[in-house]
Design a protein around this ligand. Structure first.
Ligand SMILES: Cc1cc2nc3c(=O)[nH]c(=O)nc-3n(C[C@H](O)[C@H](O)[C@H](O)COP(=O)(O)OP(=O)(O)OC[C@H]3O[C@@H](n4cnc5c(N)ncnc54)[C@H](O)[C@@H]3O)c2cc1C
Length: 365
């Protein structure tokens, strides 16, 4: 068998459909699979509904091991309710931040300053509002997850060409943090570069009813600022994205020693549309992912379910942490674990399967 892998992409990174042709080329259909935290990051226990709350991220703690307090959480179900929430908090001079259904960012981006703030959640702003097939555009509410976006676009045979490597993120969260996939081609792989319009609700003056809605379109320089604003300029309520016709992707992993990585990196990145490089400096080797767009006529029934992005029980995490601390204490063992991990990844073909069978012939050495 040769070691080349093609994936059909109705677009994104964690579940693919693969088939092996007579020439042993592997075709993958790209969908996305992953873990989704079941625990709501916002917990409230006030006598009045949704008051006296805490907020954390999907890992249960911020890097300083704390969680944040807030006076109130608000769950608008429409843009009108969202505007009203912004106006109410502005009128009361309360600090506010935007929260999402799962809260996947590790830093404390969602914490309003102090204990008296308000978090406006996009949990119920999760509808697709419009798909214009001929213009290849899609308008969604900002709480829509990447998974929903991919599924809905695929029904219209459209795809967002570049996305982060995991689909549990919301459109608002991806934009606010400048989330991206991997590409040096075209506009690059940042999701926000495919936004052609967005609506944002921000605090306003009393004359404006304490809230102001901006409708920003391509060509308006404010759009650039509003897109990657970490949630500090207002709440993005709706987003219109420019999509592309659905396509497939071909993947082959090339494993080489890292002696010429410095020379190779940029030229490799320019050569392949979705190029990706994983460097293992302690082991002195590199995995180059040769990843290109191919015709959607290619057959394929592949799946990727990457273990690193699945939810892991707290007990397992605690055990892993203990092992790591022991290794640090003893000053040995980390290299062995590193080698075992990379060996396991290669043996499981980076979690690529074709109709449930591990695709272990995708490597070139
Ligand atoms: C398993 C995993 C894989 C990842 N892979 C990638 C990757 O491949 N590439 C990459 O770039 N990133 C990646 N990330 C990081 C991820 O893109 C960011 O953490 C992202 O912000 C999380 O989105 P969220 O919807 O959970 O937002 P949150 O973490 O809840 O919020 C992030 C920020 O966005 C703000 N915000 C959210 N919604 C809105 C809104 N409607 N209006 C205004 N502000 C808003 C929040 O206030 C906050 O400041 C990954 C994260 C995980 C957990």
């Amino acid at each position: 068998m040769t070691q080349s892998l093609i994936l059909h992409q109705n677009n994104t990174l964690f579940s693919w459909n693969i088939s092996i042709t007579k020439t042993s080329i592997i075709f993958l259909t790209f969908c996305v699979v992953c873990c989704i935290s079941a625990v709501d990051p916002i917990q409230c226990n006030g006598e009045v509904n949704n008051t006296n709350c805490t907020i954390t991220n999907s890992y249960g703690a911020f890097p300083d091991r704390s969680i944040c307090r807030l006076a109130e959480a608000v769950y608008p179900t429409t843009e009108a309710e969202l505007i009203s929430a912004v106006a109410k908090a502005t009128m009361a001079k309360r600090k506010m931040k935007v929260g999402t259904q799962y809260s996947h960012s590790i830093p404390k981006l969602v914490c309003p300053d102090g204990d008296d703030g308000v978090v406006i959640s996009t949990k119920y702003l999760n509808r697709t509002l419009n798909i214009n097939v001929s213009a290849m555009t899609m308008t969604v509410e900002s709480g829509v997850t990447l998974r929903q976006l991919i599924d809905e676009a695929a029904k219209a045979e459209l795809a967002l060409p570049y996305t982060p490597y995991w689909w549990g993120l919301t459109v608002g969260g991806m934009l606010a943090t400048g989330a991206h996939g991997s590409s040096l081609w075209g506009l690059g792989s940042q999701v926000h570069d495919y936004v052609i319009q967005l609506r944002m609700a921000s605090p306003g003056t009393a004359d404006e009813g304490f809230a102001k809605v901006r409708n920003l379109e391509s060509g308006n320089s404010d759009l650039e600022a509003a897109k990657v604003s970490l949630g500090v300029l207002g709440v993005i309520s709706q987003v219109t994205l420019k999509l592309q016709p659905m396509f497939k992707r071909s993947i082959t992993y090339i494993i080489k020693n890292d002696s010429d990585l410095g020379d190779e990196a940029v030229s490799f990145g320019r050569l392949h549309e979705f190029a990706d490089i994983t460097w293992y400096p302690s082991q002195k080797w590199v995995i180059y992912r040769v990843d290109n767009r191919v015709s959607s006529n290619m057959s394929g029934n592949g799946l990727i379910d990457f273990p690193g992005f699945r939810s892991v029980s707290a007990l397992v995490l605690a055990a892993l942490r203990t092992v790591e601390e022991t290794q640090e204490f003893l000053g040995t063992g980390k290299c062995i674990i590193g080698k075992l991990t990379t060996y396991a990844l290669r043996t499981m073909a980076h979690a690529l399967t074709n109709d449930g069978t591990v695709v272990n012939d995708i490597y070139k050495y």
